[in-house]
Design a protein around this ligand. Structure first.
Ligand code: 2AL
Length: 247
């Protein structure tokens, strides 16, 4: 099966890291295609970045549907454009935040999230509430460093580890979720050091996508996830007019 892992930011080193982690957990018969959109922000750290990233994500989904992709992963912790992507796709689409929270709910009765900048905590909080995970989320923590410092700052691993250690000591949580696609390579290291399940949403999303494809479950085209209605789009969105007819 072919899984397209879309890093919604345009930072190539992060896309490569996310792709490598996805491949390391994928089944032998799974091909991981990791990409970032042609257009979009270099990192996603707020509502504005999220909104601008969605058009590029939808472009990758549209191309993927023509390429025979079996499942998609949106590899940014805000799960930007998730429901819009599901409208465009027949194949399942999974966001890394929802995958991580669901995985955590299987192995613990409470989790904390450790993310990047404090301003992104509200995005995680909205997702926790939307996904019905409020009763499980003990705390949302931030290391207060920008996303791209994950690519450049060698000290950042220690900061994340220390924040996870504080979560374990103070939050009464049984699992920790890493709140950024760029932290995908840190879960095993931190889990080994702290002796607690540490969940990277990219890995969880790969395994959930494989499960859904294995179960022959595709995105429902009944109701609100039906293909978008055909109508003209103007300006720089003129190529985004849906080509498929709605059901
Ligand atoms: C993210 C993420 O996962 N990738 C990105 O560019 N921004 N979200 C976050 N809270 O760090």
């Amino acid at each position: 099966m072919k899984i397209k892992v879309i890093n919604p930011n345009t930072t190539v080193s992060m896309t490569e890291k996310i792709g490598a982690i996805a491949r390391s957990v994928a089944n032998p018969g799974t091909t991981i295609i990791a990409c970032s959109p042609d257009m979009g922000p270099a990192s996603i750290e707020g509502h504005y970045d999220e909104a601008l990233s969605v058009v590029g994500i939808l472009d990758e989904i549209r191309k993927g549907e023509a390429e025979g992709i079996d499942g998609y992963i949106i590899a940014c912790f805000g799960d930007p454009g998730l429901l819009a992507a599901r409208e465009l796709a027949t194949a399942p689409v999974i966001g890394i935040a929802e995958a991580a929270m669901h995985a955590a709910s299987f192995v613990a009765t409470g989790f904390s999230i450790v993310t990047t900048l404090s301003r992104t905590k509200i995005i995680a909080r909205h997702l926790v509430d939307n996904y019905g995970m409020t009763h499980l989320c003990r705390q949302i923590r931030a290391i207060d460093l920008p996303v791209l410092s994950l690519e450049t700052d060698s000290e950042i691993k220690t900061l994340i580890l220390e924040e996870c250690r504080r979560a374990l000591a103070e939050d009464d949580c049984g699992a920790i979720i890493l709140g950024c696609g760029g932290m995908a390579d840190l879960a095993t290291l931190i889990s080994d050091k702290l002796g607690i399940p540490v969940i990277d949403g990219v890995s969880a999303a790969v395994k959930f996508t494989e499960a859904l494809v294995g179960l022959q479950l595709s995105t429902s085209k009944t109701g609100d996830l039906a293909y978008p209605l055909a109508k003209p789009h103007t300006g720089i969105l003129s190529t985004f007019t849906p080509r498929r007819s709605p059901n």
